[in-house]
Design a protein around this ligand. Structure first.
Ligand SMILES: [Zn+2]
Length: 231
């Protein structure tokens, strides 16, 4: 039941990690860290194609995620299969994130920054806030979910959280200069999302990484809001 890793990436949709933090994930894997993905939805609404059925799309996108994970060297991908555009701050969603944390027992969690202002995909906002709540105090406290304990999911204390895509409250910049090509290769696996305009996507990703590194010692970066879990 337990599949210990160093890092757990909690993602609302299948391509979010590759867009937001896969340069950092690729570097950490190269440095020897073990990483797992916890995908909250399988992205069944992520298309402008009127002919594709949601169930076909979600299967396609799960495969794309697995391919991207393989490019990066991610150990395991777990699918929660909540409906796309349907994530809410519910006891059920929180419990599934807690279960994921207790299965993978990570030191470090990556999730969306929930405190981005104005336009922000609701699934991202909700995943961020629910993941932070799951980290502290729910995953840590055995009385939070007595039924999870009965099922063998024992408490776990996460040490730190990196919230990706912060707007004006970034406090950590990660060097992705040597892993940008791996990031782009992983991103390319999400064919249903970027297949017909990959060149544009690539230019945007490179520009965004250069902008995030402005004023730093390195050329390309991903920005985060870092949270030290001191409880
Ligand atoms: Zn997303």
């Amino acid at each position: 039941m337990e599949k210990k890793v160093d890092i757990l990436c909690v993602s609302p949709h299948p391509d979010d990690i590759e867009f937001a933090c896969s340069g950092t994930i690729a570097r950490l894997i190269k440095e020897g860290k073990k990483v797992a993905y916890l995908l909250c939805t399988s992205g069944d609404k992520g298309t402008s194609d009127f002919t594709i059925k949601p169930e076909v799309l979600s299967k396609m996108r799960e495969k794309e995620s697995q391919a991207a994970a393989k490019v990066l060297g991610v150990t395991d991908v777990m699918f929660l299969r909540f409906p796309d555009q349907g994530l809410e701050d519910t006891a059920q969603f929180r419990k599934e994130i807690v279960r994921g944390i207790r299965i993978y027992k990570p030191e470090t969690v990556f999730c969306p920054d929930p405190y981005r202002k104005y336009l922000w995909h609701r699934d991202h906002r909700i995943t961020g806030v629910v993941t932070l709540d799951a980290v502290y105090p729910y995953a840590r406290d055995h009385l939070a979910y007595p039924d999870l304990i009965e099922q063998g999911y024992m408490p776990h204390k996460v040490r730190e959280v990196y919230c990706w895509a912060p707007d004006d409250n970034a406090n950590h910049w990660s060097d992705i200069t040597t892993t940008i090509e791996t990031k782009l290769a992983a991103l390319k696996c999400h064919e249903s999302q970027v297949g017909d305009h990959f060149e544009e996507t690539e230019a945007w990703v490179r520009q965004r990484a250069a902008d995030a590194a402005k004023g730093r010692k390195f050329k390309l970066a991903e920005a985060f809001h870092y949270v030290d879990v001191y409880y």
